[in-house]
Design a protein around this ligand. Structure first.
Ligand code: NAD
Length: 493
């Protein structure tokens, strides 16, 4: 790779047709890290055509799963070899602390290995016999790649979010165009370089960096795309779905959330404090599944709150490259303004701010914000209802289990939820009543490549990860044969 000023299209680094660039900024000091290629509709068109050609002419879709799996494993190895450098790039582009970024990169490599395994399994499982009631016929259901995929991703886990789409799409035999977020575009370009070095054939993966309206919109509208896979906000997801609707394109959406965390009064207080904090302060709360609404049973409330306040105030905030830092800056100025405006609105709406809500005193540059806790939050307030996507938690009390479930489910979102109690039967009961795609019991946020990920309600459509993630990129075809020696006998007796 020469620089970040080129796009990766058809196995080559190419300057954008209009020669435009955009800046990506280090949120810890507001300095420009790099000038990055800004793709427009012309570049997207070239990239989609390259993917189309690679899919239609092969050989990628026709390779065995074992052969495709071998390339995916080499990509995983390439990511591991550069783990430190990639993690440092992620810290600079996104602001997260280095240990979190190292963990993301490890997970990214793990995702490629996981889908390499599934690609291999596909060789045996591609065709399954279908039992028919009419024995004159035999039938098989066959899985085939859906075609050319367009993937559009956000900035909170830049390389990991890319892997959740690229790894299963490649495993399935699809070719694709990936558009990373303009806020954190760098590691997606590194991924293109790693895939190139791993011997991925030209045109199978194309990476176009650029702004949402200039590069994302043309990708979502391009007639050469068979499947759109999007992760991001609800308003953009709605636009993507409308673009997909025009040509009846297959679409999967991973959108926002306002996930509840129910803590019953028999919960272990120390564990509850730790998981509440991990649920909303990890990655600065810029996590789609962040448990940003905490419901605490009345009996535990006072003790839990005093421990939560004590621990929250101890969080070390600073540049993600410094040892011991547990919270970096928010990703950019726009996000900082959005989160601080949401906090101001919360106060106006009657929620009580008990800690945070402002820039830490020792940080005069960068988009730093103290971890923030609201209590006595009115259920109709925007801070209770709307996704903030920052280190802001809203806390309310509840009386009994039925009230907790009712409050938890009273949301237009349904991505995730968590429940904490020593009574595991109660946890299971509540988990089954939550209207959400992911429920954690006695924890919040641990995410596994093997398990399905995605939301109910306005949190999205479809599931990523696990075998569900592979199925996103597969079509199912039936092949049915008439085996009887007897004539059909409808027209000709
Ligand atoms: P966003 O919707 O602003 O942007 C996401 C992507 O869409 C970016 O690549 C952007 O360039 C692109 N885009 C913007 N406008 C577009 C348009 N008109 N057409 C096509 N593409 C366009 O979201 P964001 O701020 O990057 O990410 C934060 C959101 O993502 C939050 O709501 C969060 O909950 C959600 N998210 C969800 C998951 C999940 O798995 N459910 C994971 C991570 C983030």
């Amino acid at each position: 790779m020469k620089s970040y000023q080129q796009l990766y299209i058809n196995g080559q680094w190419q300057s954008p047709v209009q020669g435009r660039l955009f800046e990506t900024v280090d949120p810890s000091d507001e300095s420009v890290i790099a000038q990055v290629a800004a793709a427009t509709a012309e570049d997207v068109d070239v990239a989609v055509r390259a993917a189309r050609h690679a899919f239609d002419q092969g050989p990628w879709p026709q390779l065995s799963g074992r052969e495709r799996g071998a390339v995916l494993r080499r990509i995983a190895d390439g990511i591991r070899e550069r783990q430190q450098a990639l993690a440092e790039l992620e810290v600079r582009d996104n602001g997260k602390p280095l240990p979190e970024a190292l963990w993301d990169i490890e997970d990214t490599a793990g995702c490629f290995d996981f889908y390499a395994d599934l690609a291999e399994r596909l060789d045996e499982q591609r065709e399954q016999p279908v039992a028919l009631a009419d024995e004159r016929f035999s039938s098989v259901a066959r899985k085939e790649p859906v075609g050319v995929a367009g993937a559009i991703i956000p900035w909170n886990f830049p390389m990991l979010m890319a892997s959740w789409k690229v790894a299963p799409a490649l495993a399935a035999g699809c070719c694709m165009v990936l558009k990373p977020s303009e806020v954190t575009p760098l590691t997606a370009l590194e991924l293109a370089d790693i895939a190139h070095q791993a011997g991925l054939p030209a045109g199978v993966l194309n990476v176009v960096t650029g702004l949402g309206p200039d590069a994302g919109a043309p990708l979502s509208e391009h007639p050469g795309i068979d499947k759109l896979a999007f992760t991001g906000s609800v308003p953009t997801g709605s636009r993507i779905m409308q673009a997909a609707a025009r040509d009846i394109r297959n679409v999967s959406l991973e959108l926002g959330g306002k996930s509840p965390f129910i803590v019953f009064d028999d919960a272990d207080i120390e564990a509850a404090v730790e998981w509440i904090m991990f649920g909303i302060f990890w990655n600065k709360g810029e996590v789609c599944s962040a448990t940003s609404r905490v419901l605490v049973q009345q009996g535990l409330y006072d003790t839990l709150m005093s421990r939560l306040l004590e621990e929250t105030r101890k969080i070390t905030i600073g540049n993600g490259m410094q040892d011991g830092v547990l919270m970096g800056p928010l990703v950019n100025q726009a996000q900082y303004q959005k989160v601080t405006a949401a906090i101001a609105r919360g106060t106006e709406e009657g929620a009580r701010l008990i800690t945070g809500g402002r820039r830490p005193e020792h940080c005069d540059r960068g988009y730093y914000l103290e971890p923030t806790i609201f209590v006595d939050v009115p259920v109709e307030s925007s801070v209770w209802q709307e996704e903030i996507f920052g280190p802001v938690v809203c806390i309310r009390t509840f009386g009994d289990e039925a009230e907790a479930v009712q409050l938890a489910n009273a949301s237009r979102f349904g991505l995730a939820g968590a429940v904490m109690s020593r009574d595991l039967e109660r946890c299971d009961r509540v988990a089954r009543q939550l209207r959400a795609g992911i429920v954690w019991i006695n924890c919040s946020q641990p995410t596994f490549t093997e398990a399905p990920w995605g939301g109910y309600k306005q949190s999205g459509i479809g599931r990523e990860l696990g075998e569900w993630g592979l199925n996103n990129y597969l079509e199912t075809k039936q092949i049915t044969r008439f085996d009887s020696a007897e004539p059909w006998g409808w027209y000709i007796k």
